[in-house]
Ligand binder design. Structure first.
Ligand code: HEM
Length: 493
């Protein structure tokens, strides 16, 4: 009997101790809004979490704790707080939380977007960088990307001839898909006319939508087997489709390589070369999943930025004219725009940067997670805490940006502030080890599209400029709430 009392009191003591440790730790977490039982701060977030979090941070501070169901998150809302996470504690804060829609295929532990920043992730990033960070390798496929734009111009001229409105975001999405597919696989994967049911456009759009959707099962993991919003099932269908298609591309390419015909010199060749290097543990499975991740990470982000840039230029005719004048200085004799020549146009670059500041494509970056307990400023944040960096709020912080809600590309002229992760007041691509590896390609794709839209066409809006809807919709990327429609009027120079 004495023995039993001893065991029971030890158990009780153990649980009290555990509870005290938890309370102690929570006391050292950043402050935050008081939540409701079970759902926590869910109702505080609303349909636009980037805006709600920005407002909450004004009351609770630059580092703030929020709780959604069983998920605790720390939110950073100033450049200083972002630096604390992405630079000073980069390694400890470099994990990822994996949404249920992604976990469905069981491949997230080899996918560059979702894997922890471990040795395997380093290998995948190295394989990726061996192509993406080499300007001369990107240059090899320049002509293919320029051909994609030629196809887009033909489509626009035809629409102009018929006096038809064009959905600029939808078109930019198809172009960005083909830019990505030509960079990765030296081929087009979609056309501009069709809706592409059952094809690439549908698969990428479906996955972007599902991965960006609020899923109750993500905050209450007990619901995962029930899949209450049917997200898992739909995501699985799209992933299975992608899996089959990319497997087909790889096996076709492997046959081509055996045939000793000339290499394509694209990303797939580069990844296969890397996988054949003896000391790397980089397999065909990595390549297959990486190709899917690149389409997901690099397509809608680029088209979305292009659509917002065009929205602002159509609202600001002076800026539109300045871009056109600048682009006209680098036009080839055949009237074409060469990718290589637009990369250093200062005003075009300033327009694109200002678009990325005011209409951040990925407003909360991809959620990070603490890999260990970590000290952020004066707070202690436990392992496995989700970290959200509100890059959207940071890019509109009046302490750093004069008149932050105004679209003013001039602020970037003669200004060293860049998006390469060194200036924490402007981090549309993130910073630190998980920073976007696609910057050089994104720069090319977006610049070429915007320059071509502006140089080759005047545009007629279906409504007065003042009636332009500037609302956005929160998802994996910040989309325009109303598609940008305009009629292209071809210019004959
Ligand atoms: C305007 C276009 C783009 C924007 C705004 C953008 C933005 C971002 C952001 C914010 C992240 C998350 C950073 C973080 O978690 O801290 C990211 C990650 C990533 N991006 Fe991009 N991106 C763009 C284009 C591209 C392109 C063209 C590619 C591919 C060539 C690409 C590939 C990736 C990959 C693979 C990751 C995951 C990196 C990792 O987790 O290690 N992105 N991007």
């Amino acid at each position: 009997m004495e023995h039993l009392v001893l065991v029971l009191s030890s158990i009780v003591f153990f649980f009290i101790l555990l509870h005290c440790i938890k309370l102690y730790r929570n006391r050292r977490m950043p402050p935050g809004p008081t939540g409701l039982p079970i759902i926590g701060n869910l109702l505080d977030l609303g349909p636009k979490p980037h805006e709600s979090l920005a407002k909450l941070s004004k009351k609770h501070g630059p580092l703030m704790t929020i709780r959604l169901g069983s998920i605790t998150s720390v939110v950073a809302s100033t450049p200083y707080a972002a630096r604390e996470i992405l630079q000073r504690n980069d390694e400890s804060c470099s994990g990822r939380t994996v949404p249920d829609s992604v976990a469905v295929m069981g491949c997230h532990d080899v996918a560059v977007l979702w894997i922890s920043a471990n040795e395997e992730w380093r290998t995948i990033r190295k394989a990726l960088n061996s192509f993406l960070t080499h300007q001369h390798k990107l240059d090899t496929l320049r002509e293919l990307r320029e051909n994609v734009v030629d196809g887009m111009l033909d489509f626009l001229r035809e629409s102009g001839r018929k006096n038809e409105y064009v959905d600029i975001g939808k078109l930019a999405f198809a172009v960005a898909l083909n830019q990505m597919s030509n960079t990765c696989l030296s081929r087009d994967v979609t056309s501009y006319e069709s809706d592409d049911i059952g094809g690439f456009k549908t698969a990428v759009k479906t996955l972007m939508e599902l991965d960006g959707k609020f899923n109750i099962a993500d905050i209450f993991p007990v619901l995962k087997p029930l899949d209450p919003q049917n997200i898992r099932r739909q995501a699985k269908e799209a992933y299975v489709w992608f899996d089959k298609v990319t497997e087909g591309f790889i096996s076709e390419r492997l046959k081509h390589r055996v045939s000793k015909l000339p290499r394509f010199g694209d990303m797939l060749d580069s990844l296969l070369d890397y996988s054949e290097e003896k000391e790397t543990n980089f397999s065909l499975v990595h390549i297959k999943i990486l190709l899917v991740d690149l389409f997901l990470a690099g397509t809608e982000t680029s088209s979305n930025t292009t659509e917002w840039a065009m929205t602002e230029l159509l609202l600001n005719p002076d800026m539109f004219s300045k871009v056109r004048k600048e682009v006209s200085t680098i036009i080839e004799k055949d009237g074409k725009i060469k990718e290589a020549k637009i990369l250093d146009l200062p005003y075009l670059n300033a327009v694109i940067k200002e678009t990325m500041r005011l209409h951040l494509s990925v407003p909360l970056l991809a959620p990070h997670k603490t890999e260990t307990e970590v000290k952020l400023g004066k707070y202690i944040v436990p392992q496995n805490t989700q970290i959200l960096v509100n890059a959207w709020a940071i890019a509109r912080d009046p302490e750093y940006w004069d008149n932050p809600l105004m679209f003013k590309p001039e602020r970037f002229l003669g200004n060293v502030v860049d998006y390469k992760g060194q200036h924490f007041e402007f981090i549309p691509f993130g910073s630190g080890r998980r920073m976007c590896p696609g910057i050089p390609l994104a720069h090319r794709v977006v610049s070429l599209m915007v320059a071509s839209f502006v140089y080759h066409f005047d545009w007629k809006l279906p409504h007065a400029r003042e009636e332009m809807d500037m609302n956005d919709i929160f998802g994996l990327t910040l989309l325009r709430a109303t598609p940008l429609m305009a009629t292209p009027i071809p210019i004959n120079y």
